[in-house]
Design a binder for this molecule. Structure first.
Ligand SMILES: [Zn+2]
Length: 419
């Protein structure tokens, strides 16, 4: 036992109260985004938190903090040659209720089951959430059982704000020029759609939107969308013999021929898949939409060619049938680009070690704002914040993990000033 227990390091212990108070303040603001909205941001209420963050940054003395096209933008001067950006998203998912969040702080957590008075039957247990075991003796924050917590991604917002507070108060220590950006609408896949990368002006970036302490994710899926359109021949069913070709039957054959071993429901870890997610049409024409995913972009492209051949082979026996296949790129594994800049992940790994944690190199079976940014030329790995059981009523985070996240940011920034 050291005097900073239960924190990982003296720096984390120093940052703990600030990150805790910020987090508890931010989660009470309802910032759910809306997947069905065509507005940007998809909901106006997200900006309630964005405006609060601008005010808080201004109070810290970050005078250029402002709201720009739905994004909180701010900068800190520095002396290094590389401009580093830190990003987190203010919105929360619409998968669970997000208004009226009543965060519950469980100090000195005993390591056992956590129950919820307002939701009998709901149980947060170290058996189902094994990362809870490491939190024994620490301070766990969860919900009252009726809403999500919003640690995704207010843990990331709080960690960045705490680090900025610290860096601003210790301006004598070297740091690179920093850009802070809080985005809306990450949960509806539009987090960076309106972000002006020239205005951001960063050369490298990090999203703070990851889970278990120590984790850095610099790999994501490569993703394509595939549209398959079968055209048949419509005739009167009474005189259809040897004439009608039913596009719905073609679609059915094609779906049945898709390799089941390459489905989302049969794959995990680094395995890719093909996933039909929508079907629309009638006898004369059917349109199928599928997504293709793989960590290896070459394997992804090969899968696309294989599925195209399968679609063509389905229509081939019928002279009056045709098929049209279009494959469009959605995003690419950030590793494809990050490989060219190994120091971006390397510095983060060393910062995690400096914070006293064991680095965990993770991968994301999906895409993030970071994969989109990386594809646009801004290398952006994702770093841990401590959030767990996200998008659910049992969502939780510990104060100490968030403090480690903030401490990691401080070490990361310091390391960039030396380059
Ligand atoms: Zn998130």
């Amino acid at each position: 036992m050291t005097d900073h227990a239960p924190y990982t390091s003296p720096l984390a212990a120093e940052l703990g109260p600030d990150v805790r108070d910020r987090f508890l303040r931010y989660v009470t603001i309802d910032t759910q985004s809306d997947p069905d909205s065509s507005e940007f941001p998809s909901t106006a209420k997200q900006l309630d938190l964005s405006r609060m963050l601008v005010d808080e940054l201004q109070e810290l003395g970050v005078t250029d903090a402002r709201l720009e096209d739905g994004y909180v933008m701010a900068s800190l001067d520095g002396t290094g040659s590389t401009v580093v950006a830190l990003l987190a998203h203010v919105d929360t998912t619409s998968d669970a209720p997000g208004a009226g969040v009543k965060p519950r702080l469980i100090e000195n957590y005993d390591g056992g089951d956590i129950t919820y008075d307002a939701a009998p039957g709901l149980l947060l247990s170290p058996v189902e959430s094994p990362d809870l075991r490491a939190q024994k003796g620490r301070d766990v924050i969860t919900t009252d059982g009726t809403t999500l917590l919003g640690a995704d991604d207010k843990a990331g917002v709080a960690a960045i704000m705490t680090a900025v507070h610290y860096l601003h108060a210790h301006a004598d220590a070297p740091r690179p020029p920093l850009r802070i950006c809080f985005t809306p609408d990450e949960e509806v896949g539009k987090g960076i759609s309106h972000l002006d990368l020239d205005a951001l002006g960063a050369e490298v970036a990090y999203t703070l939107d990851g889970s278990t302490a120590g984790t850095i994710e610099d790999e994501s899926f490569s993703a394509d969308e595939m549209i398959v359109r079968f055209t048949g021949r419509q005739t009167h069913p009474g005189t259809a013999k040897d004439k009608m070709v039913n596009a719905m039957r073609l679609a059915g054959r094609f779906l049945d021929a898709l390799p089941y071993a390459e489905a989302p429901e049969t794959t995990s870890d680094r395995e890719g898949f093909v996933h039909p997610y929508s079907i629309e049409g009638a006898v004369s024409e059917v349109t199928l939409r599928l997504i293709l995913r793989d960590f290896d972009t070459g394997v992804l492209e090969e899968r696309g060619r294989r599925m195209t051949k399968l679609a063509e082979a389905t229509a081939a026996p019928f002279t009056d049938a045709s098929v049209e296949v279009t494959i469009t790129e959605q995003y690419r594994n950030m590793k494809d680009h990050l490989r060219e800049r190994p120091e971006v992940a390397g510095i983060a790994v060393r910062a995690i070690e400096t914070a006293g944690l064991k680095p965990i190199q993770g991968f994301i079976r999906g895409g993030t704002d970071g994969s989109m940014l990386t594809a646009k030329g801004l290398p952006t790995p994702n770093l841990f914040t401590g959030m767990h059981d996200i998008h659910s009523l049992k969502e939780w985070v510990s104060v100490q993990d968030m403090a480690d996240s903030a401490a990691t940011i401080v070490h990361l920034v310091r390391a960039w000033s030396k380059l």
